[in-house]
Design a protein around this ligand. Structure first.
Ligand SMILES: Nc1nc2c(ncn2[C@@H]2O[C@H](COP(=O)(O)OP(=O)(O)O)[C@@H](O)[C@H]2O)c(=O)[nH]1
Ligand SMILES: [Mg+2]
Length: 267
């Protein structure tokens, strides 16, 4: 559930980049970091274990406009890919408001994607959360390579509900902001409903979408509220590395980082 601070009027929405190891999750965050204005994002923080010195997962806080008079932040987080980090994957999922499933499009990795997706469902279930009720979009990554799993096959295997799917090449920045926008579109109405008690608008009918004047109005409305301000120039990436000793450390740090960004007092 989103973090909210009524005094400072800040609200943080937690988005998880989930997917098999090396599918491109960190690459998404790096691209977003490098393209956003400095005052619209925080540092890219990578958490490392003390012992193995492997990167555990990354976190990037970004600003994204307003809902009513609340400043909206997105906490973008990746999960560790390796199988032995199952416990950490679970703790990262706690309180997730939305998930971008980053799949690796290379044919030999079909099973790795399916197993990982199954793990996502199970890890949510262990927290009594049904994945069917979690805002979710699919990012089929590495479309710049050859020997790819066809999009249709991916959709049949992973996405029978027909949720948004984006073909991406995160390394070239293709599809990265599109994925973020899609998950924002699914997440924000739920946060509005949960936090402000607003009723969600019924799905618009396709014929209404065709009308140019409605389209224009819609765009304007979005611009005033949720937007990701990015620039043409790519900035160098500065990564802050933080080391951890235990699982508890990680959970505390995630909480503290999220609260930090919303201006809440530290525990
Ligand atoms: N060709 C190609 N390589 C990618 C793409 N996205 C990520 N990679 C590469 O895949 C490797 C793993 O990416 P990374 O983001 O670290 O994966 P993570 O384990 O999911 O965080 C790196 O060498 C990336 O440069 C892509 O769209 N196309
Ligand atoms: Mg990574």
């Amino acid at each position: 559930m989103a973090y909210i601070n009524y005094t400072t009027k800040n609200l943080a929405i937690k988005i998880i980049y989930y997917g098999p190891g090396l599918s491109g999750k960190t690459t998404n965050l790096r691209f977003i970091y490098s393209k956003m204005d400095e005052d619209s994002r925080g540092d890219l923080i990578c958490l490392e274990t003390d012992i193995e010195r492997t990167i555990f997962f990354d976190l990037l806080p970004i600003k994204a406009g307003m809902i009513r008079d609340f400043k909206i932040h997105f906490q973008l987080m990746t999960v560790p890919g390796q199988v032995f980090y199952e416990a950490s994957r679970k703790s990262v999922l706690k309180g997730a408001d939305g998930v971008i499933f980053v799949a690796d499009s290379q044919i030999p990795l079909v099973d790795a994607n399916l197993e990982n997706f199954d793990g996502l469902r199970k890890n949510f279930l262990e927290q009594n959360v049904d994945l069917n009720f979690v805002p979710l979009v699919f990012q089929y990554n590495k479309r710049d390579l050859e020997n790819l799993i066809p999009v249709e096959t991916f959709n049949n295997l992973l996405n029978p509900r027909g949720l948004p799917h984006i073909e991406s090449s995160a390394i070239n920045g293709v599809g990265v902001f599109e994925s973020l926008r899609e998950i924002a579109k699914l997440t924000v109405p739920i946060v509005r409903e949960k936090i402000f008690g607003e009723k969600r608008k019924p799905e618009e009918k396709p014929e209404e979408r065709e009308k140019p004047e409605i389209k224009k109005e819609e765009k304007k409305e979005k611009k005033e509220e949720i937007e990701f301000a990015y620039k043409e120039k790519i900035a160098p990436i500065k990564i802050t590395k933080v080391k951890f000793k235990s699982q508890r450390d990680i959970e505390n740090e995630i909480d503290s980082l999220a609260q930090d960004f919303t201006g809440s007092p530290k525990k």
